[in-house]
Design a binder for this molecule. Structure first.
Ligand code: NOJ
Ligand code: NOJ
Length: 417
């Protein structure tokens, strides 16, 4: 018996967790990063890392995506602890929406006491309010299903101007600012972005439905009309014969300058984050297919880890010209966990629609790629070194774990209660 144990131990130490085990690890890490004792309740740190890099702040985008996943998880499990966290998050967003900041609701990043960040930053970032609205609208729907209309009217949506409820504030901000350039999700370039605009389109479209149901018909018309115009812009100005979908147009002052291909994982993230709501871009449409094929082949090509481990899925970075290595913006970019997992999630969306079991193998390989580069005990940082495959950048990044959770849920691998 003893001998068998001795033989097994080293293998166990290096064994990768199963997807289901990693889901538990990721959920626990997200909860941990969302309940830090020195952080205002309801706020989420992007990572526990306080230096090199300092991610000990709450980014509106990261937190909105975190809680969108929490709402999705609550829908599946009806877990009361998660529900309580969601209530606390809504109170905290309500508080922070009323804080003075440099750019109002477009402020991307907050100190952990809930006040707006005061240092230099790429601001505004107008995806944040839209993503937050979509997460809250979904929760409002669940509360309506639970016959808790009181909560919705009191805490989430109230049809008055000036807006005094969180969803309406975000919708008003979005409806009035989408035409203006803002920084994209990577916080580097001012312009108009596919990612931001698709999030804004969804927020206004879903917001219009909620407004209509809650008797705010005039607002519903206005939100719908803005959503329609955004849709028109996305379809006409962001599609491209060579790369399918462009990430950014109308860069202000030339943007970064070196980001020339316009091939970016951001549209892929957008197609995940706006499902199942957006109907502008069918996953089978020629532009989407062209875009995803281009994205995958470029990423497969540029990272050594993809050549070294060709049997795993493709490790995906932000964009080919990226110089952010997780610490400084003057080196070489790497694959990221969240983008690598996003490709798996995307394949699951396609499979869900088309019942195409040929994708099963590709899906498994994307999960395997992410688990392979994790520490095999549940930890995931921001990035994966493109040469040696080790983790780097902010450790235990909330968004990496969130991406694991959303991929699992989209792939139907988390059980409904
Ligand atoms: C530059 C990176 O490219 C950007 O994405 C990041 O948010 C900031 N540095 C802050 O770390
Ligand atoms: C850098 C990423 O580029 C940005 O999207 C994110 O919001 C922050 N890090 C925080 O995770």
């Amino acid at each position: 018996m003893k001998w068998i144990l001795l033989f097994l131990l080293p293998t166990l130490a290096f064994a990768q967790p199963s997807k289901e085990q990693q889901f538990r690890f990721s959920l626990n890490t997200v909860i941990k990063n969302s309940t830090m004792p020195d952080v205002r309740p309801g706020m989420v740190v992007a990572s526990p890392s306080r230096e090199n890099p300092d991610y000990y702040y709450d980014w509106v985008r990261d937190t909105a995506l975190t809680y969108r996943a929490m709402v999705d998880y609550y829908e599946l499990t009806k877990n009361p602890q998660i529900k309580k966290m969601i209530f606390t998050w809504i109170d905290s967003e309500t508080y922070r929406q009323n804080q003075p900041t440099f750019t109002g609701l477009g402020e991307p990043k907050y100190f952990i006491d809930g006040s707006g960040y005061t240092g230099g930053w790429g601001r505004p970032q107008n995806d944040g309010p839209a993503l937050r609205a979509v997460a809250m609208i979904k929760f409002a729907r669940l509360m309506l299903q639970e016959n808790n209309q009181d909560y919705v009217l009191k805490k989430l949506y109230h049809g008055v101007i000036p807006a005094d409820s969180p969803i309406k504030k975000d919708l008003e901000y979005t409806a009035h600012h989408w035409r203006e350039p803002s920084f994209e999700l990577w916080e580097e370039e001012m312009g108009l972005h596919f990612y931001t605009l698709l999030a804004q389109h969804t927020a206004l479209q879903e917001g219009a439905k909620l407004a209509q149901e809650l008797g705010d018909a005039g607002a519903a018309d206005f939100y719908n009309e803005q959503a329609r115009q955004i849709g028109q812009m996305l379809l006409s100005q962001f599609t491209d014969a060579n790369i399918g979908i462009k990430a950014t147009i109308r860069r202000v002052n030339g943007g970064l300058g070196y980001k020339t291909s316009n091939i970016d994982v951001a549209p892929l993230l957008a197609l995940n984050h706006n499902a199942p709501y957006q109907k502008l871009f069918s996953l089978k449409s020629p532009h989407v297919v062209k875009y995803v094929n281009t994205l995958v082949s470029v990423n497969r090509q540029i990272y050594k880890v993809n050549h070294d481990y060709p049997n795993l899925g493709v490790a995906i970075g932000r964009y080919p010209e990226d110089k952010y290595d997780g610490y400084v913006t003057t080196k070489e970019g790497n694959p990221w966990f969240l983008s690598t997992l996003a490709l798996g999630e995307f394949y699951c969306q396609v499979r869900n629609e088309a019942k195409n079991s040929k994708l099963n193998d590709l899906i498994e390989k994307q999960f395997a790629r992410a688990l392979f580069h994790s520490d095999r005990k549940g930890a995931m940082s921001e990035q994966i070194n493109r040469y040696d495959g080790h983790m780097q950048g902010a450790y235990e990044l909330t968004w990496s774990h969130n991406a694991f959770m959303t991929a699992m849920m989209r792939c139907g691998l988390v059980k409904r209660k």
